[in-house]
Design a protein around this ligand. Sequence first.
Ligand SMILES: [Zn+2]
Length: 237
Amino acid sequence: MLGHSHALSGLAAGAAALPWAPVEGPVAQAAWVAAVGGFAMLPDLDHRGSTVSDMWGPVTDVPSGAVGRLAQGHRWGTHDAVLAPLAFGALAVAAASAFWSSLLLLSLAIGLALRALHFVIPGRAENTVVGNLVLSWGGAWLLLEHSPGPAWLPWAVALGVLTHIAGDAVTTQGVPVPLVWLLRRCRLALTPLRTGAALEKAVLAPGFVLATLWFVYANTGLRQALDPLLHDLRALG
Ligand SMILES: [Zn+2]
């Protein structure tokens, strides 16, 4: 799927997982949903030219070459439904133990979420390397000041990565058969849907947006806040 659909599917998954997410209060809930959306683009770090490798210029492009070699090519190691969430999750656990590495991880999540949501954000700053760096590092700094050491980051990473892999599994290119591909390169494709096909743009992407809105409404304080209001409106009418 396109980076953009991956991010939208991540937002929907993050919002759906809110009842089990270790976050409290609207700020942490919003950060959780945005982070899962951003991390749902992480597995494409295995190939130069993807949204994630272009994001911060050489800062993300050079590591992406290394990730690609380590993962044995595009859509292999980072797209293994068992290994990838574990490996990325373990990296996130290691990063969460120190302030600077949590800052890096959270900035990456915010940067990716901004890139993914550029169509609803006014202006174009988030799409430039410098603008994105300033916004994402500034945002991460503020969030960490607000809630130090977010223990939920590794879970957001793992869920985002898993959502990405599920998304690619429904395209013709498919994903590697978990673990088995290490011995014999074989792939799993659930449908013949082409990446970027009309169905993806016309049905899946809007579906993810609606699902996100619904789950945010159902799983946060919004429902309790809005329901009495809707009730009053109905009583008036
Ligand atoms: Zn992918």
